[in-house]
Design a binder for this molecule. Structure first.
Ligand SMILES: Cc1ncc(COP(=O)(O)O)c(C=O)c1O
Length: 418
């Protein structure tokens, strides 16, 4: 048993749904990301079902995985989207997603992005500063539009996660303190081209406890109370994303428990609930498939040098993140303590430290839980073309992103003519 339902061993061979991963590696080459359509669908449906009769909208955080086929799948399941750039908005549209179910987060939206979002009538701008609000009001006025807005509240709550992905503390760059937000909502008449429709928070990512969500919701409800007592109509509460996934042996709340906690902590209000899950929808639905190029044994360490690297999956190098690494075929070489590393010229280029596995060169490895913040954070560092992405649906494989070519990599560069 691998512990990942859609990626499991049949005898000693690792499959994704009904397809052997070795077959995918041989057909499409490595490295490549492989996703299970069933795992993606089940995760979305689990979120949706957990809301039961509560009016809600799930807005998939596109930054976690922006492949157009994945956005299209979520859109068909009824999902909305949380975007943080004009590029992500264009992806949503290209994927057939509904701008009317799309919220726009982020501290630095530029004028061009605001215009684009106003033009297609997105559901809501999650505004993160007064300066941004002034700018949005001005642009909406020029376009003769009314911009729907939630202020993103910074609830000053400790999400107890990695500092780089903690966003709800007062020292973080995100959101507006509740007291300041109250003042801004109450000066709504200054913003003739803004309609305040919601309240929003997002306190961080890979949260393993529910308490921070409860605390943040409480602070949001206090503000809601104050605003309602002043006759300000608020239509929705956006409770952000952040639910963690299992990378190793973390004990995590289930999707059902998480949603039910959000519903309970807001049970006294009638507003529609929005959430912006990213990682918990796609993280465990994808792996990075890689091939061992060389085994290198030094007097102090054993290295498995694989063809995937930090540019393909940045999380280990960036956050010292742990990803389980499973052999595609068990019982290969002698079991040793391996450092699994890539070909990039950085000591930080590793995918896993101290893994006890039996390996031979030419073997394939699956880097697990790589569906979120994997491909979407990848780069071309060391002039490495970005990898292919494959979607598996039962026994069928679909290529949903071709491997980048060297020509594509160079296509925007030019030698100066002398
Ligand atoms: C505003 C916002 N919403 C939602 C998310 C998604 O978070 P997660 O992938 O942890 O669910 C993020 C990611 O950090 C975010 O910045």
């Amino acid at each position: 048993m691998s512990g990942f339902p859609e990626f499991d061993y049949h005898d000693d061979e690792l499959f994704v749904e009904s397809v052997p991963l070795k077959q995918i590696a041989e057909k499409f080459g490595t490295p490549c990301y492989v996703y299970s359509q069933s795992a993606l669908t089940k995760a979305y449906q689990e979120f949706d079902a957990a809301f039961a009769n509560r009016d809600h909208l799930i807005c998939f955080a596109v930054k976690a995985n922006s492949n157009i086929a994945i956005l299209n799948l979520f859109s068909q399941l009824g999902s909305g989207f949380d975007i943080v750039s004009g590029g992500e908005l264009q992806r949503v549209i290209k994927a057939g997603g509904d701008p009317g179910k799309t919220v726009f987060s982020g501290v630095g939206k530029n004028m061009h992005e605001m215009r684009m979002a106003l033009d297609v009538n997105i559901l809501c701008f999650n505004v993160e500063s007064e300066a941004e609000l002034i700018s949005l009001n001005q642009i909406a006025k020029e376009m003769n539009k009314i911009a729907p807005v939630s202020l993103r509240i910074n609830p000053d709550v400790d999400a107890k996660t990695h500092p780089y992905i903690s966003t709800g503390l007062k020292e973080n760059k995100f959101g507006i303190p509740a007291s300041e937000a109250e003042r801004i909502y109450q000066s709504a008449r200054l913003y003739q081209n803004i309609r305040f429709i919601g309240l929003d928070y997002h306190i961080g990512s890979q949260l393993t406890e529910l308490e921070p969500f409860i605390q943040a919701s409480k602070k949001m409800l206090n503000l809601l109370d104050t605003l309602q007592s002043k006759n300000l109509e608020i239509e929705h509460l956006d409770l952000g994303g952040g639910l963690g996934i299992r990378y190793t042996n973390e004990i995590l709340p289930s999707i059902r428990d998480y949603v039910s906690t959000l519903c309970t902590s807001t049970h006294q209000v009638k507003q529609r609930l929005l959430i912006e899950p990213g990682r918990s929808l796609v993280g465990n639905a994808g792996i990075l498939l890689t091939r061992i190029e060389y085994l290198k044994h030094t007097p102090t360490r054993n290295f498995a040098i694989v063809d995937a690297a930090m540019n393909d999956l940045m999380r280990p190098a960036l956050y010292d993140a742990y990803h389980e690494i499973l052999p595609v075929n068990k019982n290969s070489g002698e079991i040793k303590d391996y450092q699994v590393v890539g070909p990039v010229c950085e000591t930080g280029d590793f995918l896993g430290h101290d893994r006890q596995i039996g390996l031979m060169s030419g073997d394939f490895l699956a880097i697990m839980s790589a569906g979120a913040y994997g491909m979407s954070m990848s780069s071309n560092y060391n002039s490495r073309p970005r990898v292919a992405e494959i979607m598996v649906d039962k026994n069928t494989t679909h290529i949903i992103r071709q491997r980048e070519t060297i020509d594509q990599l160079f296509s925007n560069e030019k030698i100066l003519s002398h």
